[in-house]
Write a protein that binds this ligand. Structure first.
Ligand code: PFF
Length: 452
Protein backbone atom coordinates (compact mmCIF):
# COMPACT_ATOMS: atom_id res chain seq x y z
CA UNK A 1 0.00 0.00 0.00
CA UNK A 2 1.23 3.44 -0.87
CA UNK A 3 0.70 4.93 2.56
CA UNK A 4 2.44 2.15 4.43
CA UNK A 5 5.17 2.17 1.79
CA UNK A 6 5.66 5.89 2.12
CA UNK A 7 6.36 5.70 5.80
CA UNK A 8 9.09 3.16 5.13
CA UNK A 9 10.88 5.62 2.97
CA UNK A 10 13.00 3.20 1.05
CA UNK A 11 10.85 1.96 -1.76
CA UNK A 12 9.69 -0.83 0.47
CA UNK A 13 6.01 -1.69 0.50
CA UNK A 14 4.08 -2.57 3.65
CA UNK A 15 2.58 -5.98 4.34
CA UNK A 16 0.23 -7.79 1.98
CA UNK A 17 -2.89 -9.04 3.76
CA UNK A 18 -1.84 -12.64 4.16
CA UNK A 19 1.74 -11.58 4.70
CA UNK A 20 0.70 -9.55 7.69
CA UNK A 21 -1.25 -12.40 9.26
CA UNK A 22 1.66 -14.77 8.80
CA UNK A 23 4.17 -12.27 10.15
CA UNK A 24 2.00 -11.56 13.19
CA UNK A 25 1.56 -15.29 13.82
CA UNK A 26 5.32 -15.63 13.40
CA UNK A 27 5.79 -13.02 16.08
CA UNK A 28 3.32 -14.52 18.51
CA UNK A 29 4.35 -18.14 18.01
CA UNK A 30 7.72 -18.30 19.65
CA UNK A 31 9.67 -19.85 22.45
CA UNK A 32 6.70 -18.87 24.57
CA UNK A 33 4.48 -21.43 22.84
CA UNK A 34 7.02 -24.15 22.35
CA UNK A 35 8.80 -24.03 25.60
CA UNK A 36 7.26 -21.79 28.25
CA UNK A 37 3.63 -22.73 27.68
CA UNK A 38 4.04 -26.49 28.03
CA UNK A 39 5.89 -26.25 31.30
CA UNK A 40 3.64 -23.72 32.95
CA UNK A 41 0.72 -25.87 31.83
CA UNK A 42 2.40 -28.90 33.32
CA UNK A 43 2.85 -27.14 36.62
CA UNK A 44 -0.66 -25.73 36.83
CA UNK A 45 -3.02 -28.62 36.27
CA UNK A 46 -2.75 -29.41 32.57
CA UNK A 47 -5.97 -28.78 30.66
CA UNK A 48 -7.44 -26.74 33.52
CA UNK A 49 -4.68 -24.24 32.95
CA UNK A 50 -5.14 -24.40 29.20
CA UNK A 51 -8.79 -23.40 29.62
CA UNK A 52 -7.78 -20.59 31.93
CA UNK A 53 -5.22 -19.45 29.39
CA UNK A 54 -7.89 -19.33 26.67
CA UNK A 55 -10.06 -17.15 28.91
CA UNK A 56 -7.15 -14.76 29.58
CA UNK A 57 -6.30 -14.68 25.90
CA UNK A 58 -9.85 -13.76 24.95
CA UNK A 59 -10.58 -11.30 27.75
CA UNK A 60 -7.24 -9.51 27.98
CA UNK A 61 -4.95 -10.59 25.15
CA UNK A 62 -7.15 -10.12 22.12
CA UNK A 63 -8.56 -6.69 23.06
CA UNK A 64 -5.03 -5.37 23.60
CA UNK A 65 -3.77 -7.04 20.44
CA UNK A 66 -6.48 -5.29 18.46
CA UNK A 67 -5.72 -2.02 20.23
CA UNK A 68 -2.03 -2.22 19.37
CA UNK A 69 -2.59 -2.95 15.70
CA UNK A 70 -5.20 -0.21 15.53
CA UNK A 71 -2.90 2.38 17.05
CA UNK A 72 -0.13 1.40 14.65
CA UNK A 73 -2.29 1.64 11.57
CA UNK A 74 -4.01 4.82 12.72
CA UNK A 75 -0.82 6.55 13.82
CA UNK A 76 1.41 5.30 11.00
CA UNK A 77 4.50 5.69 13.10
CA UNK A 78 6.72 3.74 15.47
CA UNK A 79 5.65 2.55 18.93
CA UNK A 80 6.26 6.01 20.33
CA UNK A 81 5.38 8.46 17.55
CA UNK A 82 2.11 6.67 16.70
CA UNK A 83 0.71 7.58 20.11
CA UNK A 84 1.77 11.16 19.59
CA UNK A 85 0.42 11.34 16.03
CA UNK A 86 -3.03 10.35 17.25
CA UNK A 87 -3.31 12.75 20.18
CA UNK A 88 -0.72 15.47 19.63
CA UNK A 89 0.22 15.09 23.29
CA UNK A 90 3.90 14.88 24.14
CA UNK A 91 3.60 12.64 27.19
CA UNK A 92 2.26 9.77 25.09
CA UNK A 93 5.50 9.81 23.16
CA UNK A 94 7.40 9.14 26.36
CA UNK A 95 5.03 6.41 27.43
CA UNK A 96 5.48 4.77 24.05
CA UNK A 97 9.22 4.93 24.43
CA UNK A 98 9.00 2.53 27.39
CA UNK A 99 7.82 -0.25 25.12
CA UNK A 100 10.67 0.33 22.70
CA UNK A 101 13.18 -0.04 25.51
CA UNK A 102 11.35 -3.19 26.64
CA UNK A 103 11.65 -4.66 23.15
CA UNK A 104 15.35 -3.98 23.16
CA UNK A 105 15.85 -5.65 26.53
CA UNK A 106 13.82 -8.69 25.48
CA UNK A 107 15.84 -8.97 22.29
CA UNK A 108 19.03 -9.29 24.29
CA UNK A 109 18.11 -12.44 26.23
CA UNK A 110 15.61 -13.91 23.80
CA UNK A 111 18.44 -14.27 21.28
CA UNK A 112 20.43 -16.24 23.86
CA UNK A 113 17.71 -18.90 24.18
CA UNK A 114 17.19 -18.78 20.42
CA UNK A 115 20.90 -19.51 20.08
CA UNK A 116 20.63 -22.56 22.34
CA UNK A 117 18.00 -23.96 19.97
CA UNK A 118 20.38 -23.63 17.00
CA UNK A 119 23.14 -25.42 18.86
CA UNK A 120 20.81 -28.23 19.93
CA UNK A 121 19.41 -28.55 16.42
CA UNK A 122 22.85 -29.04 14.93
CA UNK A 123 24.01 -31.36 17.69
CA UNK A 124 20.91 -33.46 17.26
CA UNK A 125 21.09 -33.75 13.47
CA UNK A 126 24.78 -34.58 13.82
CA UNK A 127 23.94 -37.48 16.13
CA UNK A 128 25.75 -36.01 19.10
CA UNK A 129 22.61 -36.31 21.27
CA UNK A 130 21.83 -39.95 20.52
CA UNK A 131 23.60 -41.61 23.41
CA UNK A 132 21.06 -43.02 25.88
CA UNK A 133 23.66 -43.13 28.62
CA UNK A 134 24.60 -39.49 28.37
CA UNK A 135 23.80 -37.19 31.29
CA UNK A 136 21.63 -34.64 29.50
CA UNK A 137 21.37 -32.32 32.47
CA UNK A 138 25.15 -32.09 32.77
CA UNK A 139 25.43 -31.65 29.00
CA UNK A 140 23.01 -28.74 28.94
CA UNK A 141 24.43 -27.02 32.01
CA UNK A 142 27.94 -27.45 30.67
CA UNK A 143 26.93 -25.88 27.36
CA UNK A 144 24.89 -23.05 28.87
CA UNK A 145 27.64 -22.31 31.36
CA UNK A 146 30.33 -21.95 28.69
CA UNK A 147 31.11 -19.36 26.06
CA UNK A 148 29.52 -21.11 23.06
CA UNK A 149 26.08 -19.55 23.68
CA UNK A 150 27.63 -16.15 22.94
CA UNK A 151 28.59 -17.35 19.50
CA UNK A 152 25.11 -18.72 18.86
CA UNK A 153 23.37 -15.59 20.01
CA UNK A 154 25.58 -13.68 17.55
CA UNK A 155 24.36 -16.02 14.79
CA UNK A 156 20.77 -15.26 15.79
CA UNK A 157 21.47 -11.52 15.66
CA UNK A 158 23.06 -11.80 12.22
CA UNK A 159 20.07 -13.69 10.80
CA UNK A 160 17.58 -11.35 12.49
CA UNK A 161 19.47 -8.23 11.47
CA UNK A 162 19.70 -9.47 7.89
CA UNK A 163 15.96 -10.09 7.61
CA UNK A 164 15.14 -6.70 9.14
CA UNK A 165 17.62 -4.91 6.86
CA UNK A 166 15.72 -6.36 3.88
CA UNK A 167 12.63 -4.43 4.88
CA UNK A 168 9.00 -5.19 5.60
CA UNK A 169 7.77 -6.85 2.42
CA UNK A 170 11.15 -8.04 1.17
CA UNK A 171 12.43 -9.21 4.54
CA UNK A 172 9.93 -9.79 7.34
CA UNK A 173 7.05 -10.91 5.12
CA UNK A 174 9.13 -13.16 2.90
CA UNK A 175 10.85 -14.81 5.86
CA UNK A 176 7.56 -15.61 7.59
CA UNK A 177 5.82 -16.72 4.39
CA UNK A 178 8.39 -19.45 3.94
CA UNK A 179 8.90 -20.44 7.54
CA UNK A 180 5.44 -20.38 9.12
CA UNK A 181 3.69 -22.83 6.75
CA UNK A 182 6.78 -25.07 6.83
CA UNK A 183 6.67 -24.87 10.58
CA UNK A 184 3.09 -26.16 10.73
CA UNK A 185 3.91 -29.14 8.50
CA UNK A 186 6.90 -30.14 10.60
CA UNK A 187 4.95 -29.63 13.80
CA UNK A 188 2.19 -31.94 12.56
CA UNK A 189 4.76 -34.60 11.62
CA UNK A 190 6.16 -34.33 15.13
CA UNK A 191 2.68 -34.58 16.62
CA UNK A 192 1.91 -37.79 14.75
CA UNK A 193 5.27 -39.23 15.79
CA UNK A 194 4.73 -38.27 19.42
CA UNK A 195 1.14 -39.53 19.65
CA UNK A 196 2.02 -42.92 18.17
CA UNK A 197 4.74 -43.65 20.71
CA UNK A 198 3.94 -46.47 23.13
CA UNK A 199 2.79 -44.83 26.35
CA UNK A 200 2.06 -41.53 24.65
CA UNK A 201 -1.49 -41.52 25.89
CA UNK A 202 -0.46 -40.78 29.45
CA UNK A 203 1.19 -37.60 28.19
CA UNK A 204 -1.81 -36.54 26.15
CA UNK A 205 -4.01 -37.25 29.14
CA UNK A 206 -1.83 -35.18 31.42
CA UNK A 207 -2.09 -32.27 28.98
CA UNK A 208 -5.79 -32.67 28.21
CA UNK A 209 -7.36 -33.90 31.43
CA UNK A 210 -8.21 -30.93 33.61
CA UNK A 211 -7.11 -30.94 37.23
CA UNK A 212 -8.84 -27.89 38.65
CA UNK A 213 -7.48 -28.52 42.12
CA UNK A 214 -4.08 -27.29 40.92
CA UNK A 215 -5.41 -23.90 39.88
CA UNK A 216 -4.95 -21.03 42.29
CA UNK A 217 -4.64 -17.25 42.23
CA UNK A 218 -1.07 -17.57 41.10
CA UNK A 219 -2.08 -19.67 38.10
CA UNK A 220 -4.39 -16.88 37.02
CA UNK A 221 -1.58 -14.36 37.06
CA UNK A 222 0.75 -16.71 35.26
CA UNK A 223 -1.90 -17.29 32.60
CA UNK A 224 -2.46 -13.56 32.27
CA UNK A 225 1.23 -12.75 32.05
CA UNK A 226 1.71 -15.49 29.52
CA UNK A 227 -1.16 -14.30 27.34
CA UNK A 228 0.80 -11.05 27.04
CA UNK A 229 4.09 -12.63 26.27
CA UNK A 230 2.59 -15.14 23.92
CA UNK A 231 0.80 -12.54 21.80
CA UNK A 232 3.88 -10.27 21.79
CA UNK A 233 1.98 -7.49 23.56
CA UNK A 234 3.06 -4.55 25.64
CA UNK A 235 6.27 -3.84 23.80
CA UNK A 236 5.26 -2.13 20.62
CA UNK A 237 5.65 -5.16 18.46
CA UNK A 238 2.13 -5.61 17.14
CA UNK A 239 1.84 -1.83 17.04
CA UNK A 240 4.87 -1.51 14.77
CA UNK A 241 3.69 -4.36 12.54
CA UNK A 242 0.26 -2.71 12.48
CA UNK A 243 1.76 0.47 11.10
CA UNK A 244 2.60 -1.42 7.89
CA UNK A 245 -0.92 -2.81 7.40
CA UNK A 246 -3.17 -1.71 4.55
CA UNK A 247 -6.20 0.42 5.30
CA UNK A 248 -8.68 -2.07 3.90
CA UNK A 249 -7.48 -5.07 5.90
CA UNK A 250 -9.87 -6.12 8.66
CA UNK A 251 -8.06 -5.81 11.97
CA UNK A 252 -10.87 -7.63 13.77
CA UNK A 253 -10.40 -10.69 11.59
CA UNK A 254 -6.63 -10.41 11.94
CA UNK A 255 -7.03 -10.43 15.72
CA UNK A 256 -9.03 -13.64 15.62
CA UNK A 257 -6.62 -15.28 13.19
CA UNK A 258 -3.57 -14.39 15.26
CA UNK A 259 -5.21 -15.49 18.50
CA UNK A 260 -6.33 -18.78 16.95
CA UNK A 261 -2.89 -19.33 15.43
CA UNK A 262 -1.18 -18.72 18.74
CA UNK A 263 -3.47 -21.15 20.57
CA UNK A 264 -3.26 -23.78 17.89
CA UNK A 265 0.52 -23.84 17.90
CA UNK A 266 0.65 -23.94 21.68
CA UNK A 267 -1.87 -26.78 21.68
CA UNK A 268 0.03 -28.86 19.13
CA UNK A 269 3.32 -28.13 20.87
CA UNK A 270 1.78 -29.61 24.01
CA UNK A 271 0.75 -32.69 22.04
CA UNK A 272 4.34 -33.12 20.90
CA UNK A 273 6.09 -32.43 24.16
CA UNK A 274 4.03 -34.28 26.78
CA UNK A 275 3.53 -37.56 24.92
CA UNK A 276 7.25 -37.64 24.08
CA UNK A 277 8.29 -36.90 27.64
CA UNK A 278 5.84 -39.39 29.15
CA UNK A 279 6.61 -42.14 26.67
CA UNK A 280 10.18 -42.21 27.93
CA UNK A 281 9.46 -41.68 31.58
CA UNK A 282 10.76 -38.13 31.97
CA UNK A 283 9.45 -35.45 34.32
CA UNK A 284 6.80 -33.23 32.69
CA UNK A 285 7.25 -30.06 34.71
CA UNK A 286 10.85 -29.04 34.81
CA UNK A 287 11.25 -25.51 33.48
CA UNK A 288 14.10 -24.83 31.08
CA UNK A 289 15.03 -28.45 31.56
CA UNK A 290 11.90 -29.62 29.75
CA UNK A 291 13.12 -28.56 26.31
CA UNK A 292 16.85 -28.86 26.77
CA UNK A 293 17.21 -31.79 29.17
CA UNK A 294 14.09 -34.01 29.37
CA UNK A 295 13.30 -33.92 25.66
CA UNK A 296 16.84 -34.59 24.39
CA UNK A 297 17.01 -37.52 26.81
CA UNK A 298 13.70 -38.79 25.41
CA UNK A 299 14.78 -38.35 21.78
CA UNK A 300 17.96 -40.29 22.52
CA UNK A 301 15.79 -43.34 23.24
CA UNK A 302 13.51 -42.87 20.23
CA UNK A 303 14.17 -44.72 16.97
CA UNK A 304 15.58 -42.14 14.51
CA UNK A 305 15.74 -39.81 17.50
CA UNK A 306 18.51 -37.73 15.96
CA UNK A 307 16.12 -36.82 13.15
CA UNK A 308 13.05 -36.15 15.28
CA UNK A 309 15.13 -34.34 17.88
CA UNK A 310 16.70 -32.27 15.10
CA UNK A 311 13.28 -31.39 13.70
CA UNK A 312 12.06 -30.48 17.16
CA UNK A 313 14.91 -28.03 17.69
CA UNK A 314 14.52 -26.74 14.15
CA UNK A 315 10.93 -25.93 15.12
CA UNK A 316 12.08 -24.14 18.23
CA UNK A 317 14.62 -22.22 16.16
CA UNK A 318 12.04 -21.14 13.58
CA UNK A 319 9.62 -20.11 16.30
CA UNK A 320 12.35 -18.10 18.01
CA UNK A 321 13.70 -16.44 14.86
CA UNK A 322 10.34 -15.27 13.50
CA UNK A 323 9.66 -13.75 16.93
CA UNK A 324 13.13 -12.22 17.24
CA UNK A 325 12.63 -10.50 13.89
CA UNK A 326 9.47 -8.83 15.17
CA UNK A 327 11.20 -7.69 18.35
CA UNK A 328 14.12 -6.09 16.52
CA UNK A 329 11.78 -4.24 14.16
CA UNK A 330 10.45 -2.20 17.11
CA UNK A 331 13.66 -0.25 17.86
CA UNK A 332 14.66 -0.26 14.18
CA UNK A 333 11.42 1.49 13.19
CA UNK A 334 12.09 4.01 15.93
CA UNK A 335 15.70 4.71 14.91
CA UNK A 336 14.71 5.14 11.25
CA UNK A 337 12.04 7.67 12.02
CA UNK A 338 13.50 9.46 15.00
CA UNK A 339 17.18 9.52 14.15
CA UNK A 340 16.78 9.29 10.36
CA UNK A 341 18.96 6.21 10.21
CA UNK A 342 18.74 4.02 7.14
CA UNK A 343 17.05 0.67 7.70
CA UNK A 344 20.33 -1.10 7.13
CA UNK A 345 22.26 1.00 9.61
CA UNK A 346 19.53 0.67 12.22
CA UNK A 347 19.39 -3.10 11.79
CA UNK A 348 23.15 -3.56 12.06
CA UNK A 349 23.77 -1.15 14.93
CA UNK A 350 20.77 -2.18 17.04
CA UNK A 351 21.30 -5.91 16.53
CA UNK A 352 24.93 -5.35 17.54
CA UNK A 353 24.09 -3.44 20.68
CA UNK A 354 21.37 -5.92 21.67
CA UNK A 355 23.91 -8.69 21.19
CA UNK A 356 26.39 -7.02 23.56
CA UNK A 357 23.64 -6.42 26.08
CA UNK A 358 22.79 -10.12 25.91
CA UNK A 359 26.29 -11.33 26.75
CA UNK A 360 25.82 -11.04 30.54
CA UNK A 361 22.57 -13.02 30.20
CA UNK A 362 24.34 -15.68 28.17
CA UNK A 363 26.93 -16.08 30.90
CA UNK A 364 24.59 -16.12 33.86
CA UNK A 365 22.27 -19.10 33.47
CA UNK A 366 21.26 -20.39 36.86
CA UNK A 367 22.77 -23.68 37.90
CA UNK A 368 25.01 -23.75 34.84
CA UNK A 369 28.17 -22.63 36.60
CA UNK A 370 28.75 -19.92 34.01
CA UNK A 371 31.15 -17.05 34.72
CA UNK A 372 28.24 -14.92 35.99
CA UNK A 373 25.91 -17.65 37.23
CA UNK A 374 26.54 -16.83 40.86
CA UNK A 375 26.08 -13.11 40.52
CA UNK A 376 22.77 -12.22 42.13
CA UNK A 377 21.06 -8.88 41.50
CA UNK A 378 17.73 -8.20 43.27
CA UNK A 379 17.65 -11.87 44.22
CA UNK A 380 18.02 -13.12 40.65
CA UNK A 381 20.68 -14.02 38.14
CA UNK A 382 21.13 -11.48 35.35
CA UNK A 383 19.38 -13.79 32.89
CA UNK A 384 16.38 -14.20 35.18
CA UNK A 385 16.36 -10.52 35.97
CA UNK A 386 16.01 -9.61 32.27
CA UNK A 387 13.31 -12.22 31.79
CA UNK A 388 11.39 -11.32 34.94
CA UNK A 389 11.59 -7.53 34.63
CA UNK A 390 10.49 -7.55 31.01
CA UNK A 391 7.80 -10.28 31.17
CA UNK A 392 6.21 -9.35 34.46
CA UNK A 393 6.94 -5.65 34.93
CA UNK A 394 7.73 -3.81 31.71
CA UNK A 395 5.34 -5.69 29.41
CA UNK A 396 2.38 -5.20 31.75
CA UNK A 397 3.25 -1.50 31.99
CA UNK A 398 3.41 -1.33 28.20
CA UNK A 399 0.06 -3.11 28.00
CA UNK A 400 -1.46 -0.76 30.54
CA UNK A 401 -0.35 2.23 28.48
CA UNK A 402 -2.02 0.72 25.42
CA UNK A 403 -5.30 0.03 27.22
CA UNK A 404 -5.46 3.49 28.77
CA UNK A 405 -4.52 5.14 25.51
CA UNK A 406 -7.17 3.31 23.51
CA UNK A 407 -9.80 3.34 26.24
CA UNK A 408 -9.51 6.95 27.32
CA UNK A 409 -7.13 9.12 25.31
CA UNK A 410 -7.78 8.35 21.67
CA UNK A 411 -11.39 8.89 20.75
CA UNK A 412 -11.45 7.38 17.27
CA UNK A 413 -10.07 3.92 17.91
CA UNK A 414 -13.39 2.24 17.08
CA UNK A 415 -13.45 3.84 13.66
CA UNK A 416 -9.92 2.75 12.80
CA UNK A 417 -10.55 -0.75 14.13
CA UNK A 418 -13.77 -0.95 12.16
CA UNK A 419 -15.84 -1.92 15.20
CA UNK A 420 -19.39 -0.78 15.88
CA UNK A 421 -22.33 -1.66 18.11
CA UNK A 422 -22.06 -4.29 20.79
CA UNK A 423 -18.63 -5.46 19.75
CA UNK A 424 -17.26 -1.95 20.07
CA UNK A 425 -18.91 -1.46 23.45
CA UNK A 426 -17.53 -4.75 24.72
CA UNK A 427 -14.05 -3.92 23.45
CA UNK A 428 -14.13 -0.53 25.19
CA UNK A 429 -15.48 -2.04 28.40
CA UNK A 430 -12.63 -4.54 28.48
CA UNK A 431 -10.01 -1.92 27.63
CA UNK A 432 -11.29 0.66 30.08
CA UNK A 433 -12.00 -1.46 33.13
CA UNK A 434 -11.18 -5.15 32.95
CA UNK A 435 -7.73 -5.09 31.33
CA UNK A 436 -6.26 -2.24 33.40
CA UNK A 437 -7.47 -3.84 36.62
CA UNK A 438 -6.04 -7.24 35.78
CA UNK A 439 -2.76 -5.77 34.56
CA UNK A 440 -2.35 -3.81 37.76
CA UNK A 441 -2.91 -7.04 39.69
CA UNK A 442 -0.19 -8.84 37.69
CA UNK A 443 2.11 -5.93 38.33
CA UNK A 444 1.49 -5.77 42.09
CA UNK A 445 1.89 -9.49 42.37
CA UNK A 446 5.14 -9.45 40.38
CA UNK A 447 6.75 -6.78 42.47
CA UNK A 448 5.71 -8.60 45.64
CA UNK A 449 3.16 -6.11 46.98
CA UNK A 450 0.33 -8.57 46.48
CA UNK A 451 0.73 -11.98 48.06
CA UNK A 452 -1.47 -15.06 48.10
N1 PFF B 1 5.46 -14.06 21.47
C1 PFF B 1 6.79 -14.60 21.55
C2 PFF B 1 6.74 -15.95 22.19
O1 PFF B 1 5.67 -16.43 22.56
O2 PFF B 1 7.80 -16.54 22.33
C3 PFF B 1 7.76 -13.76 22.31
C4 PFF B 1 7.70 -12.34 21.99
C5 PFF B 1 7.87 -11.93 20.67
C6 PFF B 1 7.48 -11.44 22.96
C7 PFF B 1 7.78 -10.62 20.34
C8 PFF B 1 7.40 -10.13 22.65
C9 PFF B 1 7.53 -9.74 21.33
F1 PFF B 1 7.42 -8.51 21.00
Amino acid sequence: SAKAGERLGEGNAGFSKNGFILAAIGSSVGLGNMWKFPYITGENGGAAFFLLFIVCLVVVGLPILLAEMTIGRGGRGNASSSLFNLTNKKHWKWFGLISIITAFLIMSYYSVVAGWTLHYMIQSFAGALSDVNMDYAATFLGFAGGYMPIFWSAVVMVITGYVIAKGVSGGIEKFNKILIPGFLILLLIMMVRALTLPGALAGAEFFLKPDFSKLNEESVLIALGHSFFSLSLGMGCMLTYGSYVQKDQSLGKATLAIGAGDLLYAFIAGLVIFPTVFAYGMEPSSGVGLAFIALPAAFAQMPLGFLFGGIFFLLLAIAALTSAVSILEVPVAYAMEQWKWTRKKAAIVLAGVAFLLGVPSALSVEGADGPLSNLVVFGKTIFDLFDFSTSYILMPIGGLIITLFTGYAWKRAGEEAGLTGGIYTTWMFLLRYVCPLLIILIFLYSVGVLKF
